[in-house]
Each structure stands twice: as structure tokens, then as C-alpha cells.
Design a binder for this molecule. Structure first.
Ligand code: FAM
Length: 461
């Protein structure tokens, strides 16, 4: 007994010493920022007039697709590369190999992905644990936000509630307070980082409170556990802590769905709003409302609604032909097939593949009728969409699979799924905000093209 106590004390001390000698996220960022600032300074001074691409009419009338006009390097999408997305050069399988998991877990955790996104470096295990603790210590919701969300009608969509709660947290913005008292531009990023970490830390408690208010009659959640990682706390606060597989699934999903280049609708909204020097809470709240659109984050809810309707209609008759017919019925009624297509990718979304691999490694998931239907749909949908001939990408995106696993694990309230995406996208969108302030990026203000005159002169249209 004595020996066990001594060895436990020794191991606690070792961990504490390791933590003490581990750089914090802020210290690590502080080391990498000056080189990037210098790079940008030189770029502006020496290469401002270099042409990096043409602007075509199709870019202007096509939602700016393909138009390179944002500075963002933490993640890159390659439409045609098999791995499709890289985070500071690492593919999803690389991240799965290199980024620290939770104690006893295997999947990437939000903290290690956040560290990679912010610093471009793979964190050590000690640094990851230290960040988990820092976030857990900041994870409680202030009472005024608890009261605010408790007062919202449960019939208000969970995403609307999340956006309201995040916006209200700006009451505590250190950036806003410091700005009012007058701070140097060079220090903006430090206050922005502090707000961003506090926001990421509080998202699980806020999102879980909304879940309990809307679906569990406001049942009280346990306190934030200082020894758990962010997603470990999130599932525990929602009431699913005992389900280790669900927690692992959400760790993976939340990490790999966090960043997707800076131009996706939610991250870009945060960037635009943040460029006015609105604080990170306001900027991310705006991003959440972009995420709430069915062409973006709401797709995970729509996929499940669509899959369940198909399951109901087909009953036990789930054949390839019946799925094909159902797909055609959807398309002919003028609707999109949710979970298929993408603004940039032109192959199967690597995040979809990672989630499928997660399912393949668990026999209980393979037996789930909903997951089997996802797999069968994947076998025929690309062919149907190709024949339909509209979409540039007939392959599945991440949301073709994301909700079905949640559904299998008993988290069946699919109107809530986009909230989980909202917890995830904070990793990328807020990283982008920190860097925008570190690099002193200006107010975003694109010029409008008045095409009608040109069209008349050039093309007689
Ligand atoms: N089913 C039917 N038609 C589709 C389609 C789909 N899954 N995907 C695209 N199209 C149509 C699209 O509506 C457009 O038709 P119109 O010319 O009549 O307007 C045409 O194909 C060309 O579209 P595109 O250039 O291939 O795609 P976009 O870049 O305009 O849009 C998406 C990309 C993702 C909005 C689109 O593929 C879509 O609506 N998919 C279904 C919804 C969905 O799954 N969204 C989730 C996106 C996801 F990655 C995320 O944000 N989590």
C-alpha cells in the first residue's frame, strides 16, 4: 500500500515536472509568430504586385470558387489528391499516427489538432495533457449564459441557441476590454488567443446544456472534469460519458472536421466578422449561423433525415436498385442528395473515409441498419449523380457518414448534430482569427464587379 502511494506520488510529481517544463500553447505560438510576420512583411514589400491567378466571370458569378484571395495555410484541400486534405502538410492518416490521443484512447483529440493548427507543430503528449487541463479549468459556463440559454424555448433550433450563447459570452471578452482601454496592434493576437481558448473551453458546457434543455428536460449535467480532455468532457456533460466508443468517435470527428481551408462558409464568416476587430465570440457566433445552412453544416442533420425516410420507405427491401430509385426520386423532385458533392473536393472526402474506417473496426457498427444503408448508398449514389450530370463531385462528403454513427450510439436527436459540428469548426475558425490578428490582416472588403456594362460591350448580352 505504502509502495503504491509512493509510486503514485512519484508519478504525479513526474507528470507535474513534465508539465512545468512544457511550453504552453501561447509560448509556442510566440516562438513561431515572428518568422511569419517577417515573411508577410517581405511579401508585402517585395512581391505585392506578383500575379497569382486570373479572375474569371465564373469566379464572380460562381460563389468565388477557385478564386485565391485568402491567406490561410493551416489546412489545404487538394481536389484531386487521394488524401484530399492536409493539416500543415499532414494527411488524416498521418495525424492519426502522430497526434497524441486521450489517455487510454486511440483517436486524435481536439487539443492535439488545435495545437497543430495553431503552431504548425505536432505537440508532445505532455503539452497535449497540459492544454486539456487548461481548457478544462476554463470550461465552466458563466451563470449569466446558463440563465440565458435556460430561458430559451426548447423549440428554438439548437444551432440558433448555440449562436446566441456564444454571442453572449462576449460579455467576458478580454480582447474587447483591452481594446477599449487602448492596446498596441502587435498585442491583439494575445488577447484574441485568450478569448479563443476560453471560447473553445466553454463550448462543450454550452452545447451540452442546450442538449439537456432541449432533449432532456433541462436535467442537470455533472461538473466539468478537470482530468478529462475537451471531447471527453463534452460527451460526459451530454450524459454519454460511459460510452467510450461514442467518445472516441466524437474525438475523431471533432478533430478532423475542425479546419477545411479558410474559405469554407463558416470559417470565412468568422474571418470576415473578425476583420472588423469584433471579438472572437461575436465572430464565431456569426460563423455558427453560416454553419446552420443546409448546404453547409446542417447537411449532417439533413443526411439523417433523408436516410431515415429512405429506410422507412424501403423497409426490408434495401437493394441497390431500390436505393437507386430513391436517389432518382430525390433528384427528380428538385432536391439535392444530402451528404454528396463538395465545393472543392473532387473525390471521396477523406473524412468520410476515416469515419467509415472507424465503423469498419467495430462489429456492432457494421451491424447497424443505418450504417449499412450509408455503405450501400455509397455503392450506387456516385453512379446516379454522375448520370444526373449536374454536380461536379458525385462522391460523398464527411456528412454522408457523420450522423449515422451518432444515431447508432443512441444520440438520435439529429436536429442537434450541427451543434457538434459547431464545437468542431471552432478549432479552425478561431485559429484563423488568432493568426489574422498576429499578422495584422486588414478589414476584408472585396470590390464588386459591375458586369452588366462589360457584358453589353463585350458580348452583347
Ligand atoms: N445532389 C444533387 N445536385 C447536386 C449535388 C447533390 N448532392 N451537389 C451539387 N449538385 C448540383 C448543384 O445544386 C448545382 O446545381 P445548379 O446548377 O442547378 O445550381 C450543380 O450540381 C453544380 O454544383 P457543384 O458546383 O457541383 O457544387 P457547389 O460547389 O455549388 O455546391 C455543395 C457544393 C456541397 C453545396 C453541393 O454539392 C450540395 O448541395 N451537396 C448536398 C448538401 C451537402 O451535402 N452539403 C454538405 C457540404 C459539407 F461538406 C459540409 O459543409 N459539411
Amino acid at each position: 500500500m505504502f509502495c503504491r502511494t509512493v509510486s503514485r506520488l512519484t508519478s504525479l510529481r513526474t507528470v507535474a515536472q513534465r508539465f512545468a517544463s512544457t511550453k504552453t500553447l501561447k509560448e509556442s505560438l510566440q516562438e513561431v509568430i515572428p518568422a511569419k510576420q517577417e515573411q508577410l512583411k517581405r511579401l508585402k514589400a517585395e512581391h505585392s504586385q506578383v500575379i497569382v491567378g486570373d479572375i474569371k466571370v465564373e469566379n464572380i458569378v460562381g460563389g468565388m470558387r477557385g478564386l485565391k484571395s485568402m491567406l490561410w495555410e493551416a489546412s489545404v484541400l487538394d481536389p484531386n489528391e487521394a488524401c484530399g486534405i492536409r493539416f500543415h502538410g499532414l494527411s488524416i492518416p498521418d495525424c492519426q499516427q502522430q497526434l497524441p490521443a486521450a489517455p487510454g484512447g486511440k483517436e486524435i483529440i481536439a487539443e492535439s489538432m488545435l495545437w497543430l493548427l495553431l503552431t504548425g507543430e505536432v505537440p508532445t503528449e505532455a503539452a497535449t495533457r497540459q492544454l486539456s487541463r487548461e481548457l478544462a479549468e476554463k470550461g465552466d459556463l458563466p451563470t449569466y449564459v446558463e440563465r440565458l440559454v435556460d430561458g430559451l424555448s426548447p423549440s428554438i433550433h439548437p444551432m440558433t441557441q448555440l449562436g446566441i450563447g456564444v454571442a453572449a459570452l462576449n460579455h467576458d471578452s478580454v480582447f474587447q476590454k483591452a481594446y477599449e482601454t487602448g492596446i498596441k496592434k502587435a498585442d491583439y493576437w494575445k488577447y484574441t488567443l485568450e478569448d479563443c481558448l476560453a471560447l473553445i473551453a466553454r463550448l462543450p458546457a454550452l452545447a451540452a446544456r442546450i442538449y439537456r434543455n432541449v432533449y432532456k428536460h433541462g436535467a442537470a449535467a455533472p461538473p466539468v472534469n478537470k482530468d478529462l480532455d475537451l471531447v471527453g468532457n463534452y460527451t460526459a456533460l451530454m450524459g454519454y460519458g460511459a460510452n467510450k466508443d461514442l467518445t472516441e468517435y466524437l474525438r475523431l470527428y471533432i478533430s478532423i472536421h475542425g479546419d477545411h481551408e479558410g474559405g469554407n462558409a463558416s470559417a470565412h464568416t468568422a474571418h470576415l466578422v473578425g476583420s472588423t476587430l469584433a471579438d472572437p465570440y461575436l465572430a464565431y457566433s456569426a460563423a455558427l449561423f453560416a454553419l446552420a445552412g443546409p448546404l453547409h453544416g446542417l447537411a449532417n442533420q439533413e443526411v439523417l433525415r433523408w436516410q431515415l425516410a429512405m429506410q422507412k420507405e424501403l423497409g426490408d427491401n434495401i437493394t441497390h436498385q431500390n436505393i437507386k430509385d430513391y436517389l432518382w426520386k430525390t433528384l427528380k423532385s428538385g432536391q439535392v442528395v444530402p451528404g454528396y458533392g463538395h465545393g472543392v473536393l473532387r473525390k471521396s472526402d477523406p473524412r468520410f473515409i476515416a469515419l467509415q474506417e472507424f465503423c469498419d473496426s467495430r462489429p456492432d457498427l457494421l451491424k447497424s441498419p443505418t450504417i449499412q444503408l450509408v455503405k450501400k448508398t455509397y455503392e450506387v449514389a456516385p453512379g446516379v449523380l454522375t448520370e444526373h450530370g449536374k454536380t461536379k463531385n458525385p462522391w460523398p462528403n464527411v456528412d454522408a457518414a457523420s450522423g449515422c454513427v451518432l444515431y447508432h450510439y443512441g444520440l438520435t436527436e439529429f436536429k442537434y448534430y450541427t451543434v457538434i459540428f459547431g464545437v468542431s469548426r471552432a478549432l479552425g475558425a478561431l485559429t484563423q482569427l488568432v493568426w489574422a490578428r498576429a499578422l495584422g490582416l486588414p478589414l476584408e472588403r472585396p470590390k464588386c464587379a459591375f458586369l452588366s456594362k462589360q457584358l453589353k460591350l463585350k458580348f452583347g448580352i
